[in-house]
Design a protein around this ligand. Sequence first.
Ligand code: SF4
Length: 423
Amino acid sequence: MNHTSFGHPIPSPPPIDRAAPPAGLYVHLPFCVAHCPYCDFVVYAGSQARGPRARTERLYAAVDRELELRADALDERFGPGRPNLETLYFGGGTPSLVPGEWLERLMATVRLRYGLAPDAEVTLEANPGPDERGDLAAFAAAGVNRVSFGAQSLNAAELRRLGRRHSPEDVAAAVAGARAAGIGSVNLDLLYDAPGQTVAGWEAMLRAALDLGPDHLSLYALTLDDPDAEGLTGAAGDHLPTAPGARRWREAARREQDDDRAADQYRLASELLAATGWRGYEISNWARPGHESRHNLTYWERRPYEAAGPGAHAFDGVGRRWNAAGLERYIGALLPAEGSAALPPGDGEIISPNTAAAERTILALRLDRGVPASWADGSPASDAFAWAQANGLLEPVDLDGEARLRLTLRGRLLSNELLARLV
Ligand code: SF4
């Protein structure tokens, strides 16, 4: 049955016990002009990203090679004729630093070895600054039809505090540039619970963002994690160690965070965007109808995706694997001085059926269509569901004749408490 009352079909629960070919492909391009102090993505900045010692050409060639090797492995595993990709996502880092010719080459490899559906969503993350947003016309010509700009703020003082290189005016110019290039879907990332913010300033920022005419907004609370303490930065780790300066910055910023202010900011965004016809289709993501991120829905719907690039994660329906974050070992494996190319170092895990069921529920609850009410019956999650309904975190809804349970606004604000009970 195809339910459409929320603007997107509600799929049957995805399989959790069967490996399947990827529906999407994530490609991690890790270079940034400068490293923002709060960021713990796999990023190589400064002289590794620009100038005579840059590692960019080698990395792009290595990613191209990895795409080939991963495609060989998929051919072997699933045979020829697997379905074309529905989504392709270039994330980073700042993928918009990639020269147009390299993007074309990577896209050609993807088209040839994976196949791209005619209506595939092809997203590229970009920074708004004039020397970072890249050649948007070349990206569009290569097939990019969605751009996600890392705006983070539209307030000049906040941007400086966050260590960002662009101005609010650059964000406006970047959106206009994407439109002029014919890119049909534009996202802006914005941060709340950032140091120095006020709720009134946040409202002004949201209104200014809407005035720029984007199609999608990702609103994230600033998270200040410590990948070293979490054990994610070893030889096979998918994160890089945190620099001492970034550690100090995070400690200072953490002192200026405020849960109550963050809740007010979230509530305000939810109400303002709903009042202007936007759909909060996921806890942190809002879209004008038809502009939901199909690639990110692949993750939330727990469908299989392939991945390439340092630190990138893939999921095949039964297990997860990831590449190690280190650049030299990544390039060394794929472009060896002698001998044949090998897949880069990394690690992986098979997900147990119980963990898979919990993941499926947790991810589905992030979406505004929630889960079938039957998932609460007699399952290990039934106590958590009953607690959440009794405390106003979950509400029953009828979507096209199907009884479902979904998070209320209060539930979105307190989702971590429910999710912890589901693990
Ligand atoms: S530009 Fe984006 S990816 Fe690069 S360091 Fe800053 S936040 Fe991280």
